[in-house]
Design a protein around this ligand. Sequence first.
Ligand SMILES: Cc1ncc(COP(=O)(O)O)c(C=O)c1O
Length: 411
Amino acid sequence: MNAEATRAIDWARVRNDFPLLTREVNGKPLIYLDSANTGQKPASVIEATDDFYRRHNANVSRAVHTLGSEATEAYEGARKKLAAFLGVHGDDLVLCSGTTFAINLVAYSWALPRLNAGDAILITRMEHHANIVPWQLVAQRTGATIKVAELLADGSLDLDALHALMTPEVKLLAIAHVSNVLGTVNPVAAICREARKRGIVSVVDGSQAAPHMALDIPAIGCDFYAITGHKMCGPTGTGALWARREHLQAMPPFLGGGEMIKEVRFDGTVFNDAPHKFEAGTPNIAGFVGLGAAVDYLSTLGMDHVATRESELLAHATEELRKVDGLRIFGEASDKAAVISFQVEGAHAHDLATLLDLEGVAVRSGQHCAHPLLQWFGVAATCRASLAFYNTHDEIDAFVAALLKVRRLLL
Ligand SMILES: Cc1ncc(COP(=O)(O)O)c(C=O)c1O
């Protein structure tokens, strides 16, 4: 979708869909620039969750009464909506609490039974801890090793080095689609193609991609794709793992309990079919109803419109921030999502974020669950302004003005 079409959307009206964005913080209008951490929710998502509890609340897949059927229909309806949004079949989508759970599911059910000493897991320098630590746990228990693909100075992946690391002992590649710190968009389709050629199973962490771009998971060609609902306008505690059907069929359950079985006897249990085999216990039903509403909301906006809008906001914010003396931006890849990590010379990131909060501006400071990445840059912390389609050019200008004021106070 081109910029022309994006402008046809009334973004000021879109912003009005988000009740929280009208509040003040410390006596100033809130400028929320922390959407990579968690996204704000439109009224339709809040209402869908509220309506579920007010009118339909019951457990899923258990009771034959009317409310039980309504709850099951709503939950399974959300699975179908999410599947359509991601371009996949609902039977291949495991609903879970988020990307962290989704990656751990792959680690424990796919990797742990298969990997041995002498095998390797390939990750990259820019991974979130959720895509590092589960693999370290697998490595500790199997004797496998971890290999790390490094970056180029602009925060993009060194693709030649990555491909060179795809040696025969590598059994699994775990890679972010979009970096939560740098905003770098990795060419995951090309990377997964190379992995597949070499018989390497690929796991893509799509937490930061799903909120910002139209996704077609089959076109990426990975084996597993993880998303998290709360970053894409949905409630916290919602997410999903898509997997190739042959993996879901072959993998043992991760957790045991109700819902994931067909029959339980003391001499053995018959597991349910995928994806239910991986959904033990009562799920976050109201949360998924809300996620279904979030998917409806984003689909009505159009993810291409969202992507174009956010790249305009990113361009404006980058241009304005570059004018600030002593400001360094981390991550300047040519393909970049609307995330800007920065430091101001002489000012600590936490001090900047604290003083910005007094001006009503919410940015994240710290290591962004990516210690190895910040170690590589040789910095202890950065500030991160992460934008969403509901932000405005005026907010960016106000943020930069607040940053200049704060900088004067600190230096
Ligand atoms: C790139 C990336 N991966 C994984 C996660 C973990 O997501 P969650 O905490 O929702 O499971 C995040 C969240 O910040 C993220 O940005």
